[in-house]
Design a protein around this ligand. Sequence first.
Ligand SMILES: C[S@@+](CC[C@H](N)C(=O)[O-])C[C@H]1O[C@@H](n2cnc3c(N)ncnc32)[C@H](O)[C@@H]1O
Length: 295
Amino acid sequence: MVDRTAGHGEPGPDEEVVVARLRAAGCVFAEDEARLLLEAATGSDLAALVARRADGEPLEQVLGWAAFDGLRLVVEPGVFVPRRRTQLLVRLADAALAGAGPDDAVPVVVELCCGVGAVAAALLRRRRRLDVVAADLDPVAVRCARRNLGERATVVGGDLFAELPARLRGRVDVLVANAPYVPTAAIATMPPEARLHESVLALDGGADGLDLHRRIAAGATEWLSPTGTLLIETSERQAGATAALFAAVGLVTAVERADDLDATAVSATRLRPDLLVRRAEWSATVPGPGGKDDS
Ligand SMILES: C[S@@+](CC[C@H](N)C(=O)[O-])C[C@H]1O[C@@H](n2cnc3c(N)ncnc32)[C@H](O)[C@@H]1O
C-alpha cells in the first residue's frame, strides 16, 4: 500500500481506499476516476475531492476540468459539463468555415449559450484565423469561458443575442448553439449528476424543450451573413420540430446526425436565389426521366 501524505501533512486515502469508496457510491469507472483524483490532490485535499465525488458531484466539476475534443476545459461547480456529443457542432462548424466568405476576410463565429465555451475553444484550436464571440447568461459559465478562450475570443454575459457587439449584425459566418432543450417535466428524470449539480438554466428548455430554439430562430437572420450557417444541437426526437422553427423564418434546414457521437443537430442557411437559378439551369441541361439517355 502506498502511503500518500498530503501537502498539509495529513495522510490521504490510498488508491484502494479511493476505488472502494467510489465503487460503493456507484461510480461505474471507479478505477479510472480514482486515478484522476489521485493525480489531482493528496492528503486531506484528496479526501475532500473523493467525498464530493462520492456525494454525486460530476467528476469534471470535482477535478475542475473536462475533456472535450482533445482539450482540457475549466469547469467550475454548477456549470454545464460539455458532452462528447456536442463535438458534432464542432465538426459541422469546421466544415461550414471551410467554405465561409471571401479568402481574405477573417470568418466570424458566434457561440450562443456557450457554457464554458467548448465549441468555440475547439474551433479556435483547429483554426488560426477566427473572430469569435461567445455569450451566456450564467456569470459562472462566462467566467469559465473567459478562462478557456483567453485573448482569442470575446465572451459576453447576457441573454442570447442581447449583448453581442452590434458590428456583427449581418456578418456572422457560423452561429452555433447548444442551448437548453430538455422539456421542463423531463428534468426530474435526468441523472442526479445533471439534475442536482448543473444549473437548471443550462437544462430547462421550457414545456416542449424548444423555447430557446424558438427565440434563437427569431433572432438568427438578423445576425447571419448572407452565406452564414446556423448550427444547433437538438435530440433525435426533437429534430423535426427544431428544423421547422428555422424553416419558418425562411432558412433552408437539414437534420445532421453522427452515430459515432450519438448526436443530432440542425443546420440552417439562407435560401440562396442565385444558387437556385444555377441549379435550375443545371437541371435543364441534364436529361431527365424520359430523356434520350433513358432509352
Ligand atoms: C446545455 S448548456 C450548453 C453549454 C455549452 N454550449 C456546451 O455545450 O457545453 C446551455 C447553456 O445555455 C445557457 N443559457 C440558458 N439560457 C440562456 C439565455 N437565455 N441566454 C444565454 N445563455 C443561456 C446556460 O447558462 C448554459 O450554459
